[in-house]
Ligand binder design. Sequence first.
Ligand code: HAM
Length: 425
Amino acid sequence: MGKNIQAIRGMKDILPKEAEFWHYLESTLFDVAKSYGYSEIRFPILESTELFSRAIGEVTDIVEKEMYTFLDRNGDSLTLRPEGTASCVRAGIEHGLLFNQIQRFFYFGPMFRHERPQKGRYRQFHQFGVEAFGLSGPDIDAEVLAMSAQFWQRLGIADKVSLEINTLGDAKTRDKYRELLRDYFRANLAQLDQDSLHRLEFNPLRILDSKNPALAALIKGAPKIIDCLDGEPKAHFLELCDILDNLKIKYQVNPCLVRGLDYYCLTVFEWVTSELGAQGAVCAGGHYDGLVAELGGKSTPAIGFAMGIERLAELAQSKATALTKPKIYLALLGKNATKFGFALAENLRSDLPNFCFITNCGGGALSAQLKRADKSEAVLAIIIGDSELAKNQATVKYMRKGVSDTQVNFAELVTYLKNFGANYA
Ligand code: HAM
C-alpha cells in the first residue's frame, strides 16, 4: 500500500464545520464593507514576481525570505501572492480604475508566505482586505479604522483587540529620520544582531520592527519619528487623532510601529490582541501614497488594511455563532417513497430556500435512516413510506425536542415548515 500523502507543512484543510463558520465571518465582513460603499475585487493568485519585489521592497522579510517563487513552463518568474495590496494596485492600473477616481475595494482569499509555521502563522493563510484610492486623508484613514472597529463590534470581539497607530510622515520626514536612526544605531553597533546590521544599511526603520528581545531596550531608546514630523504630515496625524477621539475609537500611539512592507507612508496601524500568543496582529495596514506610481500608474493616494482570517476565526470562535439553516432529513422507505421524496425535496428546496433538505441516499431501515438524520444534526425528519403515500401525508418527527410525531398533508408541508422556521431559534 502507498504511503499517505499529507498536506504541505503550514497549509491547513478547512473542514466542513470550520468552513461553515468561515462563511459566517466572510459574509459579516462583506456586509460591513458594502455598507461603507466598498465593492469586491478579485485578482489572480499568481502574479509576476517583479510585482511583489517592486511593491513590497527588495529588503523585506517577505521578498527576501518568504515568497513562493518559481519559473513556469515558459521560463517566466511567477510568485504565489504573499499579500493583496500589490495585486489590487496592479489590477486597478491595468483596468484604468485609479487615475483621477475615488475607488473603494475589498477582497478575500488565500495568500502564501514561507514562514516558520506556528499557532496563528501559516504558509497558506487567508486575508480579507480593503483598499481605498484617490483620497489622501485623514478622513479616509478614519473611515477605514472606523470600519475595522465596526467588524469587531459585529463579530463580538471588540473587547479582545486594541488599536496601535503611528505615522511614517512623508519622504522628507523619513529621510531625516533614517539619518537619525543610522547615527543612533551606529553608535550602538556592537549590540545589533545580524539581521539589524543588514537592515542598518538598506532600511534602518525596519530595525524597530525586530522581535529580538536582546534589542528591546536599544529600540526603546531610539529617536522617535514623531519628533521629526512637521507641516502637512504632522497636521494629518493630529487631525486623524482628533477624528478618532470624536468617534470614541480608542488607540495607542506606538512609535515603533513601522510595518514590514516598504510601501507605507503617513498613517500606519495594527489591531492587536494578547489572546493569540506570539501572533498578536489581527489586522494591519496604512497609507501607501507612492505605490500606484511605483507600479507604473499616475500618482494616486491610497490606504488600506488586511486581516488574517485564521487569527480572526480563532478570536471570534467563542463569541460568535454561525447562523445555519435548519436541517430537515427526508427518510424515504422503499422505491416508491424514494421516487416521490426526491421530487418533493426539489420542490421544498425551491419554496423554502432558508432550509437545508437532506434526502436519504443508500436505502436502509427506518432506524438506520433516523441514525443518519441524527448524525446530520437535522432538527426534523420527514418520514415517507408506503403508508404515508397511501394517506397523502408525511410523518414529521422532531429530532431535538420531546414533541410527538405528527402527520402533515403533503400539500401543507410548505406552510407547516414555514411556521416551524419562524419559531426556530
Ligand atoms: P501584513 O501585516 O503583512 O499586511 O498582513 C496583514 C495581516 O495578515 C496580519 O496582521 C495577520 O493577521 C495576517 N497574516 C500575515 N501573515 C500571516 C501568516 N503567515 N499566517 C496567518 N496570518 C497572517 C499586508 O499584507 C498588507 N497588504 C496590508 C495592507 C493592505 N496594507 C495596506 N493595504
